[in-house]
Ligand binder design. Structure first.
Ligand code: ADP
Ligand code: MG
Length: 676
């Protein structure tokens, strides 16, 4: 196998290994899966004279002059003029000092890109090839791969490195797709595929090979999920029938009517947990759609059968909130509760452990630290995990593995992902969706505003606060970072406390605060001692403050659409109308601005997620992470959606091999999980 560390390659020392690692390239396998982002077709050289503005082309010439200057704003512009005998062409680079040394007068260069419509700009940031610098291992001139780069690595180096590995007869390329299927697609072996993706005869061939590798990747992922599912289905579960109209009495006890969507998902859950195989269900619903109530119904059924439930939340604040909600909803039935988090004192912890051993508790609420601690919960039959996107598939498994009989698992997620993707991502889960909001909610109006509207927005904020309503101000940064234009939550908190708004009570909530401080400020916000909470995205998940009616997001362009959607779900949770202001920063460009406007026009989380993926593209690692989607290296969750069906068909027909399993672990383990 080629899990060989790249450091063992001749031209890679520790410094380069570190840079490669930034591109997720740690092994030779990773290197071969570092596929080109595009190809440079140098078979066609266009004379400079024949270039057409706006059209991609490649020219070949020699450097005749170099000019390096600064603009008024302090940006550096490098202008290099090349000539090919038919004409002269400027190449323009902004803030790209490193280019300078590579283009001495007289040197030969091939430049690709599209000719700018502005006279005198020529090609701005062209892709460059330096024919004099190509080493022996370089592929024959023709189609060149253009790789994604990171700081300090250049195309030439990656091209030589990858070509070297491909030329090495010792390189072993393992097979993953069923061989017959690979052949039916026109490839003899995976090795042929890998060769074609890096050095195709034409860009089209390269793209064809990439698509097969994308199929392979989806196949590996889905095959693994299917196995997880099959194994779970074969385990012994704990049947939890809902006897004596327990569902009816639960509904009747609520201060509101369940929505029909809630009724439906509660039916789906209760009919799952009455089975003698463990439930694996995902409960999806937009923020505020009432998932917690559905979870409480399941806890109620569980307790009535004499078993325990555990609820796991990603943060202490959320755990505390679930604890309160569960108490309110379920205490009338005589059920008992405990809250166990990292902040729990050791005395309290021991008391809880004793109560668990005595089977005196019905519901234990905590953070996932609680499961890592391996707190023993005798009689555990239902495990509810909130905000699934903070966990990876492997963590999902580790929560329950080893427990026999296996408890039922319900995962709640407020991150809507496009339905078309659910099949890939949640292949091991059944999915329930709450697609209806509880009635009687006020409307939430979202507005994108520039800095010139600040005064107006803050005046409006003051007016709402003076009516006894509450508000959030959200910043992308916790503390001053040196980026002068960006305000941060901590500084803003200080300024606002001393401003006229100070009289409404201003609080600060950031990820750097201790659990106790976080809970304390949340409590004061709930009780009304504080009416204005300055925060970072720590409030993104689940905080429920019904009287909050205003949210101001500063430098909104810094956030993904789905994240902003999550954020604004913190307001509009009562009958009052609410307002979400997305404040654009100075550097917010036209594209970012258009992206934000999507939120003005829709409040449907699924639609937002779809638009977010389309606009930012799944290559945006940050965005992908926010979705909690697995980090596919090759498959594009937009462009390759049609391959999902195909992969699913293959998964159904073929067995999971040990190689595929190992490859899954290598590619995906740890990639999904991240803290907040
Ligand atoms: P989610 O977890 O899906 O974001 P919650 O379960 O926290 O949503 O519910 C949000 C708020 O709506 C809570 O205050 C809850 O009591 C209330 N709620 C839930 N279901 C209903 C309903 N059917 N009618 C009215 N209010 C509801
Ligand atoms: Mg919630």
């Amino acid at each position: 196998m080629s899990r060989l560390d790249v450091r063992f390659l001749k031209s890679v020392g520790p410094a380069r290994a570190a840079k490669l690692s930034k591109l997720s390239i740690n092994t030779v396998d990773d290197l071969l899966l570092h596929i080109p982002r595009s190809y440079l077709d140098r078979r066609v050289i266009t004379p400079i004279r024949d270039m057409v503005p706006g059209r991609e082309s490649t020219v070949s010439g020699s450097v005749i002059s170099i000019e390096d200057r600064r603009t008024g704003k302090g940006r550096r512009i490098l202008r290099v003029v090349i000539s090919d005998g038919s004409g002269n062409l400027p190449l323009t680079f902004f803030n790209a000092r490193f280019i300078r040394g590579r283009l001495p007068a007289g040197s030969r260069v091939m430049a690709s890109g599209s000719l700018s419509p502005f006279p005198g700009s020529g090609i701005v940031h062209p892709d460059l090839v330096f024919p004099d610098a190509l080493g022996e291992d370089a592929p024959p001139i023709g189609v060149l791969p253009v790789y994604p780069l990171s700081d300090g690595l250049n195309q030439g180096f990656l091209r030589r490195l990858i070509a070297g590995v491909l030329n090495d007869p010792g390189t072993v390329i393992p097979e993953y797709l069923p061989p017959a299927h690979l052949r039916s697609l026109g490839w003899e072996s995976r090795a042929a595929l890998i060769h074609s993706v890096h050095r195709p005869a034409s860009p089209e061939e390269g793209e064809k090979a990439r698509r097969v590798l994308a199929l392979e990747e989806l196949y590996i992922y889905m095959a693994m999920l299917r196995q997880v599912r099959e194994r779970s289905d074969s385990l012994e579960g704990i049947p939890l029938p809902a006897v004596n109209d327990i569902q009816t009495s639960f509904s009747a006890s609520l201060p509101f009517m369940l929505t029909s969507a809630q009724d439906r998902v509660i039916d789906e859950i209760t009919s799952d947990i009455r089975q003698d195989r463990p439930m694996r269900r995902l409960l999806q619903g937009d923020v505020g759609s009432g998932k917690t109530v559905a979870a409480a119904a399941a806890c109620r059924v569980c307790a009535s059968n004499g078993y325990r439930s555990v609820i796991v939340a990603p943060t202490e604040v959320l755990a505390a909130q679930h604890y309160r909600t569960m108490k309110t909803l379920l205490e009338p039935f005589g059920m008992t509760f405990a809250l166990l988090t990292g902040g729990t004192s050791s005395g309290e912890r021991n008391r809880i452990k004793d109560a668990l051993e005595m089977e005196e508790l019905d519901v234990l609420v905590g953070t996932h630290a609680l499961l890592q601690d391996r707190v023993r919960i005798p009689g555990l039959a239902l495990c509810i995990v909130d905000e699934q996107h903070k966990f990876g598939v492997e963590q999902r498994e580790s929560l329950l593995s080893g427990l026999s009989p296996r408890p039922h698992m319900l995962i709640m997620s407020a991150t809507p992902i496009p339905r078309t993707l659910a099949m890939t991502i949640y292949g091991d889960l059944d999915v329930s969706v709450i697609d209806e909001m509880p009635p009687g909610r006020g409307k939430v109006v979202t507005m994108v505003r520039g800095r010139d509207s600040r005064t107006e927005v803050y005046r409006f904020l003051e007016e709402r606060l003076s009516r006894g309503e509450k508000a959030f101000i959200v910043y992308p940064l916790r503390e001053f970072s040196g980026e002068s234009e960006l305000l941060d939550a901590t500084s803003s908190f200080r300024i606002l406390s001393r401003s006229g708004l100070g009289r409404f009570g201003v609080g600060l909530l950031t990820g750097a605060m201790s659990a106790r401080e976080k809970l304390d400020v949340t409590d004061r916000f709930l009780s009304g001692e504080i009416s204005l909470l300055v925060s970072t995205t720590v409030i993104e998940v689940g905080i429920d403050i019904p009287e909050a009616t205003v949210m101001i997001v500063v430098n909104a362009e810094r956030f993904g659409l789905s994240q902003l959607h999550q954020l604004r779900g913190r307001i509009g949770r009562s009958g009052l109308d609410s307002w979400c202001y997305l404040m654009k920063g100075e550097e917010c460009g036209k594209e970012a601005s258009e992206r934000l406007v999507v939120l003005e026009s829709t409040s449907d989380g699924f639609e937002v997620a779809e638009r977010d993926l389309q606009l930012r593209g799944p290559g945006e690692v940050a965005g992908t992470r926010q979705h909690g989607l697995p980090l596919f290296r090759i498959a594009s969750l937009i462009g390759d959606q049609d391959l999902v069906e195909q992969a699913s068909g293959l998964v159904a027909e073929h067995k999971l091999t040990a190689e595929i399993r190992a490859e899954f672990e290598h590619r995906f383990m740890g990639s999904v999980s991240h803290g907040i």
